[in-house]
Ligand binder design. Structure first.
Ligand code: CMC
Length: 377
């Protein structure tokens, strides 16, 4: 057969229309539902973003209050899910999150209802419960009791509270809030694509979103923040950054936290985490991580800008989590917690105007071979 034109990695393939987010990779522009990420990062809250991403509009006071109340009322997870978490506690936190999320289908009366209204409610419940799962797992594996959600705290505040069993200060809550905002939605990235593939078979939102958790886990996607922090710890000291990175690049290894399939300019989300990483490092009297990162981005990797390789959202994130005392294998789950509304919105769009996602592969293996019975091989 003739060689068909391949689109390996589906790079630059437009597979559908969307109203969820706009990305111009050449100039580093990102809009959620038409609103600039810089405005949203500086002026909004994660609760507002959840509303925006799922309903398409910014909420008024009453709408926001209702959504916030719904999240607060739905943070608890069933005891049976805690039992599941306990049973699989030795797994990576992303595997535990995926397991618990699909497990929640068993306790959700609407799990098989694929109407838009039910899917928005399920998206809100999954958004509300995801931090409870991640923090309960971390407590359980540390030999501690899970901390119940606190109805007096917002989404970001609850994540920190349930993780550390301490009421977090406003500044840290706001830092986590911005982080969740920046991760909320990003077009048909690998994990959202995985979610859409499931949705395109008319599978359920729980199945689609837990599948997305699996796709996010890899270092090419959600795992970069953790890898960047590992690298910073290995570098240890700003003076060592250059030699370390050069060795890696000479071996044709990648420097994590750089490069992006869509952005050929700086990822607009990186700016907000850069500012906060610097401020937090100074405040905590530990500016070393920011200095190492700055050295990598401003010096070592500067020549790569000509090739469109700039820092991405994950580059500064790890340093912030590390300074907050968050264990490194929870960095990817944090990305997931922010992304639940985006995955859900992408699925809801897919259900609304569905077409089965089923591309083709060009077969290049041997043809028409003779079957030889096993005893004769
Ligand atoms: N360090 C060094 N070189 C790089 C890097 C990097 N981080 N990223 C890309 N390149 C080079 C790559 O070696 C290749 O060079 P050549 O053409 O000489 O072989 C060229 O740039 C194109 O790379 P690619 O892998 O073909 O491009 P892609 O679109 O498939 O890769 C990527 C996108 C994110 C997988 C890649 O940039 C990467 O592996 N980055 C490091 C991991 C990372 O930070 N991931 C987080 C992405 S942002 C969070 C998210 O939204 O998921």
């Amino acid at each position: 057969a003739d060689q068909p034109e391949l689109h390996r990695g589906l790079m630059n393939v437009y597979m559908d229309n969307t109203e969820s987010s706009f990305i111009d990779g050449d100039i580093g522009k990102l809009l959620y539902r038409g609103y600039d990420i810089h405005d949203l990062a500086e002026k909004s809250t994660f609760e507002e973003i959840v509303y925006l991403v799922l309903y398409g509009e910014l909420p008024n006071h009453a709408q926001l209050e209702e959504l916030d109340g719904y999240l607060r009322a739905n943070r608890r997870i069933p005891d049976e899910i805690i039992t599941v978490i306990d049973a699989v506690q030795s797994a990576h936190p992303m595997d535990v999150l995926q397991t618990a999320m699909i497990g929640l289908a068993a306790f959700d009366e609407e799990s098989e209802d694929n109407s838009k209204e039910a899917n928005i409610r399920k998206a809100l419940r999954l958004t509300a419960k995801a931090p409870t799962i991640v923090t309960a797992h971390h407590r359980v594996r540390s030999g501690l009791e899970p901390v119940a959600p606190n109805p007096d705290l917002n989404h970001a505040g609850n994540f920190l509270f349930m993780l550390f069993n301490e009421i977090p200060d406003d500044e840290t809550v706001s830092l986590m809030d911005v982080d969740f905002i920046l991760h909320a939605e990003h077009g048909v990235n690998a994990s959202s694509f995985a979610a859409r593939v499931s949705a395109s078979t008319n599978s359920t939102l729980h199945a689609a979103v837990s599948g997305a958790v699996g796709a996010l886990k890899g270092p090419a996607h959600g795992g970069a923040a953790e890898e960047v922090m590992k690298m910073s710890i290995e570098i240890g000291n700003p003076e060592n950054a250059e030699e370390y990175a050069r060795k890696k690049l000479d071996n044709r290894e990648r420097i994590m936290g750089f490069g992006h399939r869509v952005y050929r300019a700086e990822d607009p989300r990186a700016r907000h985490l850069r500012e906060r990483s610097q401020a937090l490092g100074e405040k905590r009297g530990d500016p070393r991580w920011f200095q190492i990162l700055t050295h990598l981005s401003e010096d070592v990797m500067a020549p790569y800008r000509d090739r469109g390789i700039y820092v991405n959202v994950d580059f500064y994130a790890g340093s912030i989590y590390h300074l907050l005392g968050i264990p490194s294998d929870l960095f990817i789950p944090i990305f997931a917690l922010g992304r639940v509304p985006g995955w859900s919105a992408q699925c809801i769009e897919q259900y609304e105007n569905n077409i089965l996602l089923r591309p083709r592969l060009h077969y290049v293996g041997p043809m028409d071979r003779e079957y030889v019975p096993i005893d004769e091989r």
